[in-house]
Design a protein around this ligand. Structure first.
Ligand SMILES: Cc1cc2nc3c(=O)[nH]c(=O)nc-3n(C[C@H](O)[C@H](O)[C@H](O)COP(=O)(O)O)c2cc1C
Length: 193
């Protein structure tokens, strides 16, 4: 049998991280955490099955970095407090025991906090005021979730929240973190909103 993509099954390296092949599972929010973002048995079983699938690295879903405005949706995984570490440690153990390495995607929802309405309340925090003719504005109005421009101090807090969440990921045994800078989340909002 001819192997069409022989490189795919060869070991690879990302920085210092050694991978058994070049198959990486992209991060996908599965909404299986508790309402306050803690790991559940169901969430662990999901990632165990994925690790058994043979990918070298699982990038665990967008995980909110604070308990303020970074949440994007209900039952989203969190890394916003040290109380999240024990559950995240069980998750990395389950992934490692099934042959894959584990990365955590850390994330701030920015304007896409609206995805979580009506389960999440409080404003979406964004880099600058959102004009009322923005295509998302009718959704905000419908859910009473107002987008608010971040202050300089709040931006500093979010930077610290990302760094603290990365340290928690490391303490929980993750091999890597990925910073979510796409799909309309906060970091992308700084480039284009
Ligand atoms: C239900 C769902 C949840 C997703 N969650 C995330 C996420 O948490 N972080 C992320 O970067 N991308 C997320 N994505 C995007 C996927 O990781 C992936 O990039 C996208 O589905 C395109 O991949 P494909 O070309 O293989 O279909 C999500 C996609 C879906 C369908």
């Amino acid at each position: 049998m001819t192997i069409m993509f022989p490189k795919l099954f060869e070991p690879g390296k990302m920085g210092q991280l050694e991978l058994k092949n070049r198959i990486i599972k992209a991060p996908m929010v599965i909404s299986m955490a508790t309402p306050d973002g803690l790991v559940t048995d169901r969430l662990i079983r999901h990632y165990e099955e994925q690790a058994r699938g043979g990918a070298s690295l699982l990038i665990v879903e967008a995980t909110h970095v604070d308990n303020k405005s970074s949440h994007a949706c209900a039952f989203q995984l969190g890394a916003y407090d040290n109380k999240c570490i024990p559950g995240l440690s069980s998750l990395t153990q389950a992934i490692h025991n099934n042959g894959a390495k584990a990365a955590l995607q850390i994330s701030h929802s920015g304007i896409l906090r609206i995805l979580g309405a009506p389960f999440l309340s409080g404003p979406a925090k964004v880099p600058s005021p959102v004009p009322e003719d923005d295509s998302l504005f009718p959704l905000f109005r419908a859910h009473g979730m107002v987008p608010k421009a971040l202050t300089f101090e709040e931006i500093q807090e979010i930077i610290t929240a990302f760094s603290d969440a990365a340290k928690r990921a490391q303490a929980a045994g993750f091999d890597m973190v990925e910073i979510h800078g796409a799909h309309g989340y906060l970091i992308l909002n700084f480039l284009s909103q």
